[in-house]
Design a protein around this ligand. Structure first.
Ligand code: TYC
Length: 102
């Protein structure tokens, strides 16, 4: 009986097997007007980087044109991007964020 139960459970768990969600890289783009301090603040507050990592990320974006800020599921990535754009607008900076499927 226990074996039959196990067999039934196996069949169900195969059908119910969940796919891993797709992940998306959120990138910040360089521009000539957003202050370095503001970008560092965004990386700390929105992407939860520590101050040292935020500084390194900001300089990487400044030098290379864009840089990875974090990897998230679609809805979280979308929310992070909206938060960046709202905060940037409030501070009158043109900072842009985008996402790429991983
Ligand atoms: N290039 C900007 C400056 O020199 C700094 C900056 C870094 C802006 C990263 C945007 O995503 C960015 N003030």
């Amino acid at each position: 009986m226990a074996r039959v139960d196990e067999q039934i459970e196996d069949e169900f768990s195969e059908e119910l097997e969940l796919e891993e969600p797709k992940l998306y890289k959120v990138m910040l783009l360089n521009d000539d007007y957003t202050s370095m301090d503001f970008v560092v603040m965004v990386l700390i507050e929105i992407f939860h980087q520590d101050a040292q990592r935020a500084n390194a990320t900001m300089f990487k974006i400044h030098e290379e044109g864009s840089g990875l800020c974090g990897v998230y599921t679609y809805e979280i990535a979308e929310t992070k991007i909206a938060q960046v754009h709202t905060l940037a607008k409030e501070h009158q900076f043109p900072l842009r964020a985008t996402m790429e499927e991983e």
